[in-house]
Design a protein around this ligand. Structure first.
Ligand code: URA
Length: 264
């Protein structure tokens, strides 16, 4: 990709004096959200990086709807991916090249939720692998993490035509899959990228510019999970101002600090 925005992101971090520094000031506790009560277990070894996402399997069921029981009963992420990869529950299904399930550490403490696959993601079957993904990777690295330490998913698993925003019906048809993913992963913090996951997952229609950086929460299963809303990386690439970059960096630092606190 054009190296300029990424270089500029790096420059911003340098200007802010944070490049390479991730263990910073004590986090401010998100209001009304307690760190998870469960004891943090030793995490399983990181799975080897997957070259591609869930292999595309043409749907055989004419209705293409995995039964809700198969979603709720999926014991792990692999079983869930297997159950839903042929989904034709909404009009996005027939148009996809590949189903983009999501990827990352199965017990990631930090989870990112974007809107939906774009062209590169549709071709590769993996989330955030285009330009926005490159920027997301840099931001994760700047936090002192690796992409594979986190989990990255989207509200919808199939590419909306022309990269348009998924309709509320499309998002709702897919939301149960994301919620089951979250239940299985049990992240300490979810970072929502842009307005769509905030609206569809958290139920907030406030403008992202107004609400970003302010802790919210979402109940998934029996857990209230802290949510940090921030700008979508594609927006950061479009609005490449110091102000926007600084805002995202502050949001990510807050999220990471809460993850550290919840894990200590
Ligand atoms: N934008 C998203 O919201 N998700 C992706 O996976 C890629 C781009």
């Amino acid at each position: 990709m054009d190296a300029t925005p990424l270089q500029a992101w790096r420059d911003t971090l340098q200007e802010l004096g944070v490049l390479g520094l991730v263990r910073e000031a004590q986090p401010q506790a998100p209001p009304a959200v307690q760190p998870p009560a469960r004891k943090v277990e030793a995490r399983p070894a990181l799975p080897p990086p997957k070259p591609a996402g869930v292999a595309y399997a043409p749907p055989t069921d004419p209705l293409g709807c995995p039964p809700d029981a198969a979603v709720a009963g999926a014991a792990d992420l692999a079983a869930l991916a297997q159950a839903i990869q042929g989904c034709l529950r909404c009009p996005l299904g027939p148009g996809r090249m590949r189903f983009v399930f999501g990827e990352g550490h199965p017990r990631a403490r930090l989870m990112f939720v974007g809107e939906g696959p774009g062209r590169d993601e549709d071709l590769q079957g993996r989330p955030f692998v285009g330009k926005a993904g490159e920027l997301l990777d840099r931001m994760i690295e700047a936090l002192g993490l690796r992409r594979e330490d986190t989990y990255i998913a989207n509200v919808v698993k199939c590419r909306p035509p022309d990269n348009r925003t998924p309709t509320p019906d499309e998002a709702r048809a897919c939301l149960g899959y994301l919620r089951r993913q979250i239940e299985l992963i049990q992240p300490a913090v979810i970072v929502t990228l842009g307005a769509t996951p905030l609206r569809e997952l958290v139920g907030l229609t406030d403008g992202i510019t107004r609400i970003r950086g302010q802790w919210r929460q979402v109940k998934v299963g029996d857990r209230d999970i802290p949510v940090m809303p921030t700008f979508h990386p594609a927006y950061v690439l479009r609005q490449y101002t110091q102000e926007v970059r600084r805002a995202v960096w502050e949001d990510l630092k807050a999220a990471k600090a809460w993850v550290d606190k919840a894990s200590s």
